[in-house]
Design a protein around this ligand. Structure first.
Ligand code: SAH
Length: 460
């Protein structure tokens, strides 16, 4: 190992920064974040650095570097464009045993800055020992994407409870097991969601129970419209940590691939008029699994609260006091519009958008058709394939022009995505001929005409 990673406490320490260009500004920002007392020596300074020093405290000596600047300093960073000055700083610092970093000159450094993932107080430092900073930065981005923004709060949470746990569980091994459960369970998720009080309640419950087991928990997770890249970080993280995953037909196989290999997968799929598992049974199953201590993810296509019956599923959980969270997802209406190049609103064409269910009950919809007359509103029909002829008919009967553009987006965001376009007058015949397969979404309104201009891979 060429460099030993250490975490340096810089608060109240004097750090000398020689140079005041853009790179020096970045270093100053970092040093100030670590609460160092920064002195900058440089004849000129960027406006940004000046503002930074003014805002966060820091001292500027507007002149050239001299050796005496190193007096009383703990650390020195040289970032001038002048190689000779940098070399001097390096030599002087080395002679005095002060750690020195010279930007972009590994041979002049006795320490280097790693790439940092900052989830204060949790910090991850990544270094390629100066060989490939780009590689280190790419790795940093991967960790950044992996770790929830509030991850540091989890460390604080643990810090606050340390003594309590130590007292309650004096033996080391059970204590470690308790911590592992705490940090991977419902309490941790509540901390990440910013609900510390609830987290503490779960913690108390775990501590009080002989087996140290918490209740299971349920996450109602929006999986988005199908393309796995459209899941949120949180959805992906919860899916990867679940013991049990309940999913239905709208959840694509590629998304299910992301679950743990050993996770139990339960299909509760719904097809139109073919409810594999009745809703009441799904609700009950969620409760039973959680009471058995499982970490349950209920994956929903799109967003759980948009035509997803998510509300019903959490009602029973709440009644049983089972910890749960609802994680939003990209709803099919948004996704289909973006992927088909149809802006849902547009300054010239549509000032509002409405998401409606086109599901037929006994052959008719119970929508108030008279409220759909405004031409400046885009209407997105979910579950409207079967009812499409009625939808088109009713819209025309209630004030929409026969030539109002209509798009049907089939299997939006998946590789088989297809967009059919027509008008209220022609769409039923087009659908009859093309026989699109569910899931499909219908978008009605003048904005649909923009599809030809804006869809760069539209098929129709
Ligand atoms: N909660 C889901 C909607 C569930 S209702 C969401 O927020 O997206 C089911 C309906 O959603 C389907 O009948 C269809 O109209 C629409 N839908 C879901 N995924 C779709 C997709 N990939 N492409 C087109 N429509 C989709």
């Amino acid at each position: 190992m060429q460099y030993l990673p250490v975490c340096l406490k810089l608060s109240e320490m004097s750090v000398l920064l020689v140079g005041a260009g853009t790179i020096a500004t970045r270093k100053a920002r970092l040093l100030l974040r670590a609460q160092a007392r920064v002195t900058v020596v440089a004849p000129d300074m960027t406006d940004e650095l000046q503002a930074l020093l003014a805002e966060q405290g820091g001292n500027w000596q507007a002149r050239k570097y001299r050796e005496a600047d190193l007096q009383d300093c703990t650390l020195v960073v040289a970032a001038t464009p002048d190689r000779q000055v940098n070399q001097q700083v390096s030599e002087h610092a080395k002679a005095r045993g002060i750690p020195v970093n010279v930007v972009d000159a590994p041979d002049l450094c006795t320490f280097i800055f790693p790439s940092i993932v900052d989830r204060d107080p949790l910090v991850i430092a990544i270094s390629s020992s100066g060989k490939s900073p780009v590689l280190a930065r790419q790795l940093r981005h991967r960790f950044d994407a992996l770790l929830p923004a509030a991850y540091g709060k989890l460390a604080d949470f643990g810090g606050r409870l340390r003594d309590r746990v130590k007292q309650a569980i004096p033996e080391e091994t059970p204590r470690r097991l308790f911590w592992e459960k705490l940090m991977a369970g419902a309490a941790a998720e509540q901390v990440l969601a910013g609900r510390e009080q609830r987290a503490e309640a779960i913690f108390e419950e775990m501590l009080a129970r002989e087996d140290g087991l918490a209740h299971g928990e349920v996450y109602l997770v929006g999986a988005g419209p199908g393309d796995p890249d459209l899941m949120t970080f949180k959805a992906a993280r919860l899916l990867q940590s679940a013991d049990v995953v309940l999913y239905d037909r709208l959840v694509s196989p590629a998304i299910m691939e992301m679950a743990r290999r050993d996770a139990e997968r339960i299909y509760v799929g719904k097809r139109r008029d073919d409810h594999a598992v009745p809703q009441e049974q799904i609700n009950q199953l969620l409760v039973d699994l959680a009471l058995a201590g499982k970490r349950v993810v209920r994956l929903k296509g799109g967003d759980p609260f948009v035509f997803g019956r998510g509300g019903e599923e959490i009602e029973l959980l709440a009644r049983h006091r089972i910890p749960f969270q609802v994680v939003p997802g990209i709803t099919a209406g948004n996704a289909a519009a973006c992927y088909a190049g149809i802006p849902l609103t547009h300054r010239d064409y549509a000032q509002s958008v409405r998401f409606v269910t086109g599901h037929l009950k006994d052959g008719t919809t119970n929508l108030d058709w008279s409220s759909f007359g405004s031409d400046s509103e885009t209407v997105v029909f979910y579950m409207g394939l079967v009812g499409l002829p009625i939808i088109c008919e009713q819209l025309q009967a209630n004030g929409r022009a026969a030539d109002t553009p209509v798009a049907l987006v089939e299997r939006a965001t998946l590789s088989e995505q297809r967009v059919l376009t027509g008008t209220l007058a022609t769409m039923a015949a087009i659908v009859e001929q093309e026989q699109p397969r569910a899931p499909t979404l219908i978008i009605v309104g003048p904005v649909v005409a923009l599809h030809r201009q804006l869809a760069w891979f539209g098929e129709s």
